[in-house]
Write a protein that binds this ligand. Structure first.
Ligand code: F0G
Length: 458
């Protein structure tokens, strides 16, 4: 058998990439104040800013869009999606939402109270923000390996059960439910094992607590279980997914990830009481419970996308893509979070720009260099995103300087990945000429989205 794993699809409709020269990109980057968030997408050759809502839909999804039932209440498209989600999750109650954070906002508002505490492996930033907005403490309890970029572990997304037990022993009264994020995006797209899910759910249950899954990348997590967890080698993905959800009492979902759609999300629950509270709030902010802020056609595309996202050939290719880029990085001496995750590769910028002081924001500088040299857009996860300027003018810095390259689904081919590997290796070769930045304008919150920068020494 040939070893090359091919993209398990043919391209039927294409979107041209607008080629730019380095000189053009330098001008564009300076005009964007050295912040890739401010670039126009058409000025980017390979856009790996996020895997969220950016993938390609299949011909079946596009065909289903024509079948969308746009009735306000009781649309056929709702019932089709409901049947699909009940089949996948085994949960009886479901409402659509326009995306993941809307699902979080509605569920948390319906179920949580000020002063409570929610444990999770790692909360994604919108999950944390939606809890904290309600005065609920969001506690990250991922296993220690999950915080060490170079440590190899098959399930670095696992939650630390000892620490969960401690929190339950001291704070059970404050806990409305436990959460688990599959895969763990904040921790490098790392999976959670079935054994960990099972044990976590059992622990919560002993204290009478529900488990809510942040299910954004449930299919990718299921494929990791198939490939890495003994006993699941021959289990069909649908069965693995079913078992994963069997341990949860509910889930929030951004279908912009493994739902393979450009917009959409949902909440699924086993408890009718919680769903009643959710529906009442949903009507207030998202829409009637049979459309939840989406069009009927979006519900159709999601029903098919959820199913296509579980196809094993697709998932094998998907995870292999990230692993392949990791192998190219390894060969070029570029450090990254290991093993590679499902949806992204996280470069350790310090291994590319070892001499750059943290005060010059090496991960941000690398992000800019990738755009400048190759038109590639990634996202900095470092001291611009997580550091702060304090009132006295001093700066705090993040413990890691990472650049996340997140891959839209079914969109880029192997040559795009080869090209990116070459660009990054070249940037490393010329590390001494890569310039750092200083922030010339910033906002007090989420400054990475809007900050303006200047080259150091300019
Ligand atoms: N939970 C996780 C684990 C996520 O990765 C995201 C989004 C959300 C919730 C929120 O979903 O965007 O549909 O509202 N992650 C994107 C990213 C934005 O780039 O990682 P949303």
């Amino acid at each position: 058998m040939p070893k090359t794993l091919i993209e398990p699809f043919r391209i039927k409709s294409i979107e041209p990439i607008r080629m730019t020269t380095r000189a053009e990109r330098e001008e564009l980057l300076v005009a964007a104040k050295l912040n890739v968030f401010k670039l126009r997408a058409e000025d980017v050759l390979i856009d790996w800013l996020t895997d969220s809502g950016t993938g390609a839909m299949s011909s079946r999804q596009w065909a289903a869009i024509m079948e969308g039932d746009e009735s306000y209440a009781g649309a056929r498209s709702f019932f089709r999606l409901e049947t699909g989600i009940q089949g996948i999750t085994g949960m009886k109650f479901f409402v659509p939402t326009h995306q993941g954070r809307a699902a979080e906002k509605v569920l948390f508002t319906a179920v949580c109270k000020e002063g409570q505490l929610v444990p999770n492996n790692c909360h994604f930033d919108t999950t944390r923000a939606n809890l904290e907005y309600l005065g609920v403490e969001a506690v990250d309890l991922v296993i220690p390996e999950g915080l060490q970029p170079a440590t190899i572990h098959p399930f670095k997304g696992n939650i630390d059960l000892d620490r969960v037990a401690q929190v339950l022993a001291t704070d059970a009264a404050r806990i409305p439910f436990g959460m688990i994020t599959v895969t763990n995006n904040t921790g490098g797209g790392q999976p959670v094992s079935m054994a960990n899910l099972r044990a976590y759910a059992a622990l919560l249950k002993r204290h009478g607590k529900a488990l809510i899954m942040d299910a954004c990348r449930f299919s990718e997590n299921a494929m990791f279980i198939k490939m890495r967890e003994p006993g699941y080698e021959n289990t069909p993905i649908a069965d693995i997914v079913h078992e994963m959800f069997s341990y949860a009492d509910g889930c929030t979902m951004s279908a912009k990830k493994d739902g393979m759609v450009n917009i959409g999300g949902f909440i699924a629950l086993r408890s009718e009481e919680w769903m009643d509270a959710v529906r009442n709030l949903l009507i207030l902010t998202e829409g009637f419970p049979t459309y939840g802020g989406l069009a009927g056609r979006d519900l159709e595309a999601m029903a098919i996308g959820l199913e296509e996202g579980m196809h094993e050939d697709y998932l094998r290719y998907r995870l292999r893509t990230a692993e392949y880029l990791g192998e190219r990085f390894e060969a070029a001496g570029i450090g990254f979070v290991k093993p590679t995750g499902g949806h992204a590769v996280y470069i350790d910028a310090r291994t590319v720009l070892p001499a750059m002081p943290v005060a010059h924001y090496p991960a941000w500088a690398l992000c800019n260099a990738l755009y400048l040299e190759g038109g590639i857009r990634g996202v900095e996860i470092g001291s611009v995103m997580f550091g702060k300027r304090l009132a006295d003018g001093t700066e705090t810095y993040h413990k890691m300087e990472l650049v996340r390259l997140a891959f839209p689904r079914r969109m880029y081919t192997q040559s795009h990945f080869d090209y990116a590997a070459e660009v990054i290796a070249e940037v490393k070769q010329r590390a001494s000429s890569i310039r750092g930045v200083r922030l010339s304008k910033q906002s007090p919150y989420l400054r990475h989205f809007t900050c303006e920068c200047e080259w150091v020494g300019a």
